[in-house]
Each structure stands twice: as C-alpha cells, then as structure tokens.
Design a protein. Structure first.
Ligand code: GDP
Ligand code: PGA
Ligand code: MN
Ligand code: MN
Length: 626
C-alpha cells in the first residue's frame, strides 16, 4: 500500500464520481476525502469546479427537491425555506476542542456557568463525530468544495476544503467565498487547508421531517479543533452553522491562527469614507450579529459631500504592515445579510445589490414572484398576495406572526454592490484609521464616544454589551455581554485574546483611534432617539474630524464625546434630542462599571490581563469623581 492511490481505490470502490477526477486532487486532499467517505458512506462524489454550469445544475437539482423555488420577478434569484427548527446559529451547541479546557475558555468563578464559549475534550469530540457521521451520507452525494477566504492570489488568503451533503451549501459557498478549480490548482503543491466536514445529518430515528430541508436539530453540533485546523458541523443547513468558511473558519479557527501569527480575525465590517475635501479613510467596526454592520458598510450618507464605499460587511482580517499601518482584508466574497429592515429608505444600496444572483432564505414571497419582509411594506404593489416564510398565507395587519423570519437572510455576491470599494480585493488590504465598537443599548450609552488611548479602547471592546437578537437561539431582548462582538466566535480563551489585543500597541506608533457608537438609544416614549442609517454619516464626520485632531471633543468619565454643537446636525429632518442622546446618567454608568467588573470576576477571573483590571479601576475612579 505504498502507492498513494491503492488505499483510495479500495475505500472508494462502488462510489461513483459524478464530477471531477479524484486522481487530480493533491495527496493531502485525497487523504482527507478518503477518510471521510469511509466514515459518511455517500453514494456519489462531486468535486466542485465552481463553474456556472455546475451552479445551474445544482440549482435545478434543488428545485426538483423543493429546497428552493425560483423568484421570477428577479434575475436568477431563489427562495429557500428551511425547517422551522433550523433558522439561526446554535451557540449552545458550538464547541472548541483543545487538550486543556483553559486553552479554550477562561476559568470561571466556582459555581458560575461560563458564557465565553464551550469546550469539549478531543476524545468527546471524536465520539460526537463517530456517533453522528457514521453512514450519515447514505444515498446522498458528497460535494467536495475547495474555497479560499480572501482573493486566491492574496498572501493573506487561506484555503479550506468543505465536504458537505448539501447542494444549498455548495451554491451558497460559491457566493460567499472564492470557490472552485483555481483553489484546487493552488493546493496542487501540497499547500495546507482548513478541513471542513459538514452534514445536514439524519435524525437518529431515521425519519426526515421535511424532505426539502433535511436536518437533525436534536443532535446538531458545531465542533472546532484549532490544533488541526479542523471544523466539523453536523445537523444544520442554516448559513452560520453550515457555510463553514464564515464564522467557523474566518472567525473561530481564524482567531487562533491570527493569535499564533500575530494578527487579528474580527467580527467587523470594513468601509471607506471620503469627506467633502476628498480625503479618504477606512474604518472597521464590530457590532454583534443583527446590530447594523451590513447597513453601516453600505450606508448612503445624508451629509452632503460624503461618500461611503464598502470593503466588507461582517469579517475583517487585520495585521500591521512593516510601516506599522494596520491593514484589513475582507476574507469573504459575498454578503449574508439580515433581510428584515432592509428597504429603499433604510439601505437603498443593499436593495440595488440583492435582486440578481441571490439566494434568499426564510423571507416571505409575493404572488408576483418576488420577496417580502418586514420593512418592505412600501415596496410591494397593492393587491399582491403574500406567503410567509413557512409557506402560509399572510395578510398585513391581520396575521400576528412576522411574514419573514426575523433572522431571514439574503446571500448575494459582493461585486454586485454598486458602492463596492475599488480596493476591496487589494491583496495587501486597506489601511485602517479607526476602529468602532457598538451594540444595541436602549439606555445610558451615548451616540458616540472616543477611547482615551489603545488600552482604554481594549477595555471598551471587552466591556461591550448588547440586546440579544434573532441571529442566535437567545430568547427575548435581554442585554448580554458581547465582548468585541466576538462572544459566539472566540476560537481561544478570551483572557488570552485580550492579551493579544493589548500586545498590538507595541506594533505601531500610528495606532487606529478607537470609538464606541450606539444607534439604538431610546427615549422615554420607547422610540429610537437617533434616526440612524444614512444619518450615521454625521457620527462618521465627527470621527473623521477627531482623526484630523480637530478639537471637537470634550472629556468625560467614560471617554471623549462631541463638544456642544460639534456634531453636524445641519439639515437633519425632525427634532433630535441631542441632550438626551449624550446624557451620561451617573447611576447608570456606576452600575455599568459594576456589571462589567462582576462579569470579568465571574467569567474571566485569573485570565483577565492586569492592564484591563487597571483600566476598569481608572474608569470607576473617573466615574466616582465625575
Ligand atoms: P448586521 O447583522 O450587524 O450586519 O446588522 P444589519 O445591518 O443587517 O442590521 C440588522 C438590523 O438592524 C436590521 O433590521 C436593520 O434595519 C437594523 N439597523 C441597522 N442599522 C440601524 C440604525 O442605524 N438604526 C436603527 N434603528 N436600526 C438599524
Ligand atoms: P451578521 O452575520 O453579523 O450579519 O448577523 C451573521 C451572524 O453573525 O450570525
Ligand atoms: Mn456576523
Ligand atoms: Mn450583516
């Protein structure tokens, strides 16, 4: 068995390869395929080349199975309806596997349940895989999906191979990553890749509830083994769980690679902003899922003379170059965006992007062959009948459930975005001048404030909190800690992650400035105090002026906020209560600091860097004397 082909042919006997040639795969890829064919026992193998022909074939196949329906109102658009039990990321079933638990999660205070990720032992991971994957692809096709995170030619790009039994995953990966033959070619020289195994699974009973969307919600599990650059996902077809290049690779495994190699893998949008004098800067911003990244990345500025261009809407890989300039690439190739709330008034650029070559998931459909979701009320013609995301008739004002699932999504190619940045695929990345943190904070947190320095900025990221959203399985709108908007995506111990962020300070004399923003503060009437969306350009304007060292800020206990009248509100329609937007109630902030301290004590304990503890003490002291 010294010849590499011998083992392969023995194992794969009787399995038909319906596309591509196994012999053309690099030995490493072949070995990975062979091992998992053995485990999953598919009937057929399809090596994906990424061609349009292949894509059309898969779309046809899915249409035959009822997984997708065409949306004839648009060009090459499709609607997928999932099993209603499979609509979001499953954070409680997501694990990182390391020899020692402390490599993955901070050691919590005794009796306290950890909320900064889930650990699984390597042995239990092996058992979990064996239990679920043995024979799980019987009668199905295993697709071999070669993909690159980042432009194939970029030195910053990383490659993955996803094995999956879902055609929906293949066509979605073709949108979200660079997928196909070019990647296989790059692997020919023995280049390593991240191993991504995925199956939608079969319930233990053998009974598939919804033939058009097989899944196994009872046993769904998402596993990561950073040491081997390995991801294993079972039981779910939902994007965040099944498009393994995205959260699993680019963030969880990515953050562990970034730690080793000295860079940052973050849950951040990247945008370019040009001011009226023509000066252009790039900004990266971390907001939790469903808190405004895609909208900010594609914003239509209301302030005259401003221009926004989009580099990415969800993930940034960033490193300091030899000149100490932080540079970012967007490792993705598409947008997997929240549909509800997207409209010509809130995000006209997204509306210009998504009505061709797009896969919609769990949105409502219209009798004229289009889509509908909450926020599109003004975009559908009268007399059009609506069918909700579950396929039931839906009538505006009568039905008491939403037409579209709150976490329904569009999956659309980035290059279709009319304001995609000319540098969005620049192999060296774009220079980052500012980093924004933010979340949904209905009370107490001002529209914008600036960190005093890098260390204080890291504390602000570490102390981030936000209202829960429909992006994961959380119930209700409870305020949750979500440090760096990365809580569901840390690939290693959060204490070490903070240490890593702090260590960036010595890599540069030209560090980006750090800010915190909050578009979601509410007044006593329960309504948003700030109009948001395009009006957020007013906040970006202030931030850019701060980057130019304009003295438009005043010091407060929590950081620097706009001086009176320094936020440009010219031409803003309707009244905005600026005083309330920037009010810093002392009791609120004392409680906030206490909540962060409690969180650090209970959740991070001894793993908290001393510097963060000191920064928090400084904040508390400033608050007491304010
Ligand atoms: P992402 O998941 O972080 O990319 O968030 P999105 O940009 O998709 O936005 C999620 C939800 O928040 C959508 O329903 C948006 O309409 C809403 N949203 C985004 N930006 C704003 C804003 O500035 N103000 C308000 N009130 N809502 C916003
Ligand atoms: P989002 O991306 O941040 O656009 O919501 C998906 C997710 O985080 O689940
Ligand atoms: Mn995200
Ligand atoms: Mn988004």
């Amino acid at each position: 068995a010294s010849h590499p082909n011998v083992g392969l042919f023995n194992h794969l006997k009787g399995i038909s390869v319906i596309n591509g040639d196994l012999k053309s795969l690099s030995p490493k890829v072949r070995a990975y395929v062979e091992e998992n064919v053995d485990l999953c026992k598919p009937e057929k193998i399809h090596i994906c080349d990424g061609t349009e022909q292949e894509n059309n074939h898969l779309l046809n196949l899915m249409q035959q199975h009822g997984t997708i329906v065409p949306l004839p109102k648009y060009q090459n658009c499709w609607l997928a309806r999932t099993n209603p039990a499979d609509t979001a990321r499953v954070e409680s079933k997501t694990f990182i596997s390391t020899e020692k638990r402390a490599e993955t999660i901070p050691t919590t205070k005794e009796g306290i349940k950890g909320t900064l990720g889930n650990w699984i032992s390597p042995r239990d991971m092996d058992v979990a895989i064996k239990d679920r994957f043995t024979g799980c692809m019987k009668g199905r096709t295993m697709y071999i999906v070669p993909f690159s995170m980042g432009p194939v030619s970029s030195p910053l790009a990383k490659i993955g191979i996803q094995l999956t039994d879902s055609a929906y995953v293949v066509v979605s990966m073709r949108v979200m990553t660079r997928m196909g033959q070019a990647v296989l070619n790059k692997l020919a020289d023995g280049t390593d890749f991240v191993k991504c195994l995925h199956s939608v699974g079969i319930p233990a009973s053998g009974f598939v509830e919804m033939a058009s969307w097989p899944c196994d919600p009872e046993r769904t599990i998402i596993l990561h083994r950073p040491q081997n650059n390995e991801i294993v996902s079972y039981g779910s077809g939902y994007g965040g769980n099944s498009l393994l290049g995205k959260k699993c690779f680019a963030l969880r495994i990515g953050s562990t690679i970034a730690k080793r190699e000295g860079w940052l893998a973050e849950h951040m949008l990247i945008l370019g902003v040009t001011n009226p004098t023509g000066k252009k800067r790039y900004i990266a911003a971390a907001f939790p899922s469903a808190c405004g990244k895609t909208n900010l990345a594609m914003m239509t500025p209301s302030l005259p003379g401003y221009k926004i261009e989009c580099v990415g809407d969800d993930i940034a890989w960033m490193r300091f170059d030899n000149n100490g300039q932080l540079r970012a690439i967007n490792p993705e190739n598409g947008f997997f965006g929240v549909a509800p709330g997207t409209s010509n008034s809130s995000n006209p650029i997204a509306m210009k992007t998504i009505f061709k070559n797009t896969i919609f998931t769990n949105v409502a459909s219209t009798s004229d062959g289009g889509v509908f979701w909450e926020g599109m009320e003004d975009e559908v013609d009268d007399g059009v009948k609506i069918t909700d995301w579950r396929g039931k008739p839906w009538v505006k004002g009568e039905s008491n459930t939403p037409a579209a699932h709150p976490n329904s999504r569009f999956c659309t190619p980035a290059k279709q975005c009319p304001i995609i940045d000319p540098q969005w695929e620049a192999p060296e990345g774009v220079p980052i001048s500012a980093i924004l943190f933010g979340g949904r904070r209905p009370t107490g947190v001002p529209l914008v404030y600036e960190a005093r320095d890098w260390k204080h900025g890291v504390l602000i990221g570490a102390g981030m909190r936000s209202e829960a959203t429909a992006a994961a399985e959380h119930k209700g709108k409870v305020i949750m800690h979500d440090p760096f908007a990365m809580r569901p995506f840390f690939g290693y111990n959060f204490g070490d992650y903070l240490e890593h962020w702090l260590s960036m300070e010595k890599k540069s004399t030209n560090l980006p400035k750090i800010f915190h923003v909050n578009w979601f503060r509410k007044g006593s009437d329960g309504k948003f105090l700030w109009p948001g969306f395009g009006e957020n350009s007013r906040v970006l304007d202030w931030i850019l002026r701060r980057l130019d060292n304009e003295e438009c800020a005043r010091d407060t206990a929590i950081g620097l906020i706009p001086k009176a009248e320094s936020l440009n509100l010219e031409g803003l329609e309707g009244k905005v209560n600026v005083e309330e937007l920037f009010n810093l109630p002392k009791t609120f902030w004392m409680e906030e600091a206490y909540a962060i301290e409690k969180y650090f004590n209970e959740q991070v304990g001894m793993d908290l860097p001393l510097i963060i503890d000191q920064e928090l003490k400084k904040l508390k002291k400033r608050l007491i004397f304010s």
